[in-house]
Design a protein around this ligand. Structure first.
Ligand SMILES: Cc1ncc(COP(=O)(O)O)c(C=O)c1O
Length: 469
């Protein structure tokens, strides 16, 4: 970690923990340099970071002071989707809004990706070069689905850390979690079937349902506790549900993580009805807490959960590597994989296997989670200072998204349009709903270093919201 960040984190912890109280003066830059043996640039950078987090402010010719703590905003309410099923038509909206996040000049508050600066590119490149040089051409055939044995072994060992015994024979390597999720849906459903999804949900889920001609029933979902089991039971009684696609940990976009007992009850409910659960667990490794919450798959003793994971968010974005542990559906999914893409790039699989085995993956994750947690705190602080009163926001236990409910009069699509004109991207709520609900919600990305330019972008959003509401 950079020295200025370490200093900022140390001081931030003292402020949050109450050792430094509001109104108190921080050591002058000269004093700090003298006592700690760091450069003035390091201290200045650390103080700027704390100022961008809204923890301190500078008073001209006087120094830096701790700011008053703000009251936490209310959490958005449980969603109230229609109980009827519907076809999905969101692709155009999703493509249009994602397009706005491609430009590197645009402030990436609407981006779906964390900052590339957070990943161990040099070590990955070293392992990738090594695996390409030493690749045994015969292993191409041996590593057809389910995939490279060493990588599957490493993934099985990570499950073991969560207390889960998943044999390598159940694990299928895929091109990212998205392929794992799509293969799962293809293996289980036929066009015209109905699936249950959360409300809101990840647009990739909506796009998959649209592409496969599925109907969806949206289930009420709470931004902290996740999917509502009473709502799900009602939907099961009313509709012939073929499968559920849920994110039980660090749900996208809300960040909800269901408590373990709820995950257990969910698996019991679905197993009792013989309904497969496609568990989208793309953000599992970004939980700030230790030990992390286990997935619903941990409670699956009958093989009804298809657990889909990814290295895209936690280790190697762009390498397109994910997997699934498909329980009783393993053979059918492996067949779908062969029919649709034959196999996943072997050097990439071997590179990630090496990285998991030797490359300091755990140490990287610890650092990544620390940085994301401090960026989340800074982003929440910016939102609290700049958004007009009355908004609601959940504070997720990990990841890098904030899901914000603005005043009912706000039109998130219009906010998105005006923000793009100001060189800022945001993700408007209707992207996350089959019926384009959440018209007054925004998803903000806090996976990038929280600089003063991010803070200013949130300030600009606040101005746009004031004008529109
Ligand atoms: C909830 C969720 N699931 C799955 C994916 C896809 O993951 P991958 O990049 O591994 O295909 C994403 C990516 O944005 C996501 O947010």
């Amino acid at each position: 970690m950079k020295l200025y960040l370490a200093v900022a984190q140390e001081l931030g912890a003292m402020i949050r923990g109450g050792t430094l109280r509001s109104g108190e003066k921080l050591p002058s830059i000269r004093e700090f340099c003298r006592t700690r043996g760091v450069s003035p640039a390091t201290v200045l950078h650390a103080y700027d970071t704390l100022a961008a987090e809204g923890l301190i402010e500078s008073s001209p010719r006087s120094g830096y002071y701790v700011l008053e703590k703000r009251k936490a905003a209310a959490v958005p309410r449980t969603s109230t989707p229609s109980a009827n099923s519907t076809r999905v038509l969101v692709s155009d909206l999703v493509f249009d809004t994602l397009e706005a996040t491609r430009d590197r000049e645009v402030v990436p508050l609407g981006s779906a990706f964390p900052s590339p600066t957070l990943f161990p590119w040099t070590r990955l490149a070293r392992y990738l070069g090594g695996s390409a040089r030493h690749m045994n051409p015969w292993s191409t055939v041996a590593s057809l689905p389910p995939g490279d044995l060493e990588l599957r072994r490493q993934i099985a060992r990570r499950y073991l850390r969560l207390g889960m015994t998943i044999g390598v024979e159940q694990i299928i390597i895929t091109a990212g979690a998205l392929e794992a999720l799509n293969l799962s849906l293809q293996a289980i459903t036929r066009p015209g079937d109905t699936i249950a999804i959360e409300s809101p949900t990840f647009y990739g889920c909506l796009q998959a349902a649209e592409r496969l001609g599925l109907h969806v029933v949206e289930i009420p979902t709470h931004p902290h506790e996740g999917v509502d089991l009473t709502g799900l039971s009602r939907a099961i009684a009313k509709h012939p549900i073929r499968a559920c696609w849920f994110m039980t940990t660090l749900h996208h976009p809300t960040g909800a993580t269901a408590p373990p007992e709820k995950k257990r009850d969910l698996v019991r409910l679905l197993t009792g009805h013989g309904i497969p659960l496609i568990e989208d667990d793309a953000y599992a490794e970004l939980q700030y807490s230790s030990p992390p919450s286990p997935p619903a798959k941990a409670f699956d003793d009958k093989g009804w959960v298809l657990h889909c994971g990814s290295f895209s968010k936690c280790l190697a974005p762009g390498y397109r590597l994910g997997w699934l542990a498909a329980g009783r559906f393993t053979q059918e999914v492996a067949r779908q994989k062969i029919e649709s893409s034959l196999a996943t790039s072997l050097p990439i699989q071997q590179c990630i296997a090496q990285m998991l085995h030797h490359g300091g993956y755990e140490a990287h994750l610890v650092r990544l989670r620390e940085v994301l947690a401090s960026q989340q705190a800074a982003a929440l602080n910016s939102v609290q200072r700049h958004f007009p009163a009355g908004f609601r926001v959940a504070q997720p236990l990990g990841g890098y998204f904030l899901w914000i409910e603005c005043a009912a009069s706000v039109d998130a699509l219009e906010v998105h349009r005006l923000a793009v004109e100001s060189g800022i991207s945001v993700a408007p709520g209707p992207m996350f709903s089959a019926r384009r609900q959440f018209g007054n919600f925004l998803r903000l990305n806090c996976g990038h270093p929280w600089t003063t330019s991010m803070d200013r972008a949130v300030q600009r959003l606040g101005e746009i919201l004031r004008r529109g509401s």
